[in-house]
Design a protein around this ligand. Structure first.
Ligand SMILES: [Zn+2]
Length: 402
């Protein structure tokens, strides 16, 4: 293994709050208490094999075998996208077009993708999956969770997870996405399938279990049955909660110690209090509100209550067909009350927390060498220059891939 120093970094985001101090010339608004981003100016990072070996001021960097000059640009941890749905086939352009022409979004559009996914070959599904994973990687995402949920039969759900597990460790069983059309008259029978035979077939390929707890999908009792059955099989819970309406999902998530409650758009004060009291991360998915012209989740309210917030794409063909974390950062800053520092933290360390990982989402010694080089002097430009392709380099596990 050889070591490499990436040096001449104008602004380094480490997410190590013990590193770095607020500088009067920082141009960022960390406030009085310093930034959780652990910013270092005029910095360097040493990569040894697939891990970070050292971070700090460039003038103090240890000797290495190789040297990369960042040219006064900024470096941050690779984005950790903790919520996507990439095993699918088909296209929902018409649905999007119709919605942007005045029709509302309901959970039912998922059925269109289910039909196309069931009809697709393994090769088609895997080609689609790798296309969107590499699209995300080129925009700085070095860790990506993805889910099943467009098969909804024992064989199709297990197939989706088996394909996903070839490409990411963060695989989520979402058999309980919607009740499939063929069992629409008997949702209880479908919950029995999801928690029985389908779970048996899917558990070996997944780390997580998820359920869409929402009117038109699964109610609180059904969601509890799904998550507890998964937990009994060694899968850890996460949940789609409180996206389209108020409901029991968020409090169920905290009660079951789910790693994450995702969406969190419609929250009561009791929901916010529950999140603040537990270890469940609130994962906000602004691509969904953007693509459905829905009300934004209130990130400011969650942050002010002390809730850990993650930002993620929800990349899927129906309600949020973006793989761009930088786009979500810009939306979160513009429309959800987050500061640029908070949004960048949530898209890196926050995503890692939502996956209960400490080896990604930070640039600290021992963490994976997953880094993004931005063609900008600081991470603030992710929100300041929305829509501009600023990601000019990506390292994953110590290897430059972009
Ligand atoms: Zn989702």
């Amino acid at each position: 293994m050889s070591s490499t120093v990436i040096t001449n970094i104008a602004t380094l985001v480490t997410n190590d709050p013990s590193l770095g101090r607020v500088s009067s010339r920082s141009g960022t608004s960390e406030g009085g208490g310093g930034s959780p981003l652990g910013l270092v100016r005029d910095a360097a990072v040493v990569v040894d094999g697939d891990r970070i070996a050292w971070t700090g001021e460039a003038s103090k960097a240890p000797a290495t075998d190789n040297r990369v000059d960042a040219g006064g640009r900024s470096v941050l941890p690779g984005f950790v996208d903790s919520h996507s749905h990439l095993v699918f086939a088909g296209d929902r352009t018409e649905e999007f077009n119709a919605r942007m022409s005045g029709r509302g979004y309901t959970a039912g559009g998922i059925r269109t993708t289910v039909a196309a996914t069931r009809a697709a070959s393994d090769e088609e599904l895997e080609a689609n999956l790798t296309r969107y994973l590499s699209e995300a990687l080129s925009q700085g995402t070095t860790t990506m969770e993805t889910k099943s949920g467009y098969g909804l039969t024992v064989a199709d759900e297990a197939r989706a997870l088996r394909l996903a597990a070839r490409h990411t460790d963060e695989v989520t069983y979402l058999g309980a996405h919607i009740v499939p059309p063929d069992l629409a008259d008997d949702p209880a029978a479908y919950v029995t399938l999801v928690t029985g035979e389908m779970l048996d077939a899917c558990a070996p390929h997944a780390r997580w279990i998820d359920v869409f707890c929402e009117k038109g999908a699964f109610d609180g009792d059904q969601a509890r049955a799904v998550l507890t059955a998964g937990r009994a099989r060694g899968l850890h819970p996460r949940i789609h909660a409180n996206q389209l309406s108020y409901g029991p999902g968020v409090q169920l998530a905290v009660e079951l110690d789910a790693a994450s409650a995702d969406h969190c758009t419609h929250l009561t004060d009791a929901d916010v209090d529950a999140l603040a009291s537990g270890d469940t991360v609130a994962t906000l998915l602004p691509g969904a509100e953007f693509s459905t012209r829905a009300e934004w989740p209130d990130a400011r309210r969650l942050l002010d209550a002390g809730v850990t917030v993650a930002l993620s794409t929800d990349c899927n063909p129906g309600s949020s067909f973006t793989s761009s974390v930088p786009f979500c950062v810009a939306l979160a800053v513009r429309d959800m009350g987050m500061t640029p520092d908070e949004a960048v933290w949530s898209a890196t360390a926050g995503g890692a927390a939502a996956l209960r990982r400490t080896d990604v989402g930070r640039l600290t010694p021992g963490a994976y060498a997953d880094l993004v080089l931005l063609d900008a002097p600081s991470h603030v430009h992710l929100a300041y220059r929305p829509g501009v392709p600023l990601v000019s380099g990506v390292w994953r596990r110590g290897v430059r891939v972009v």
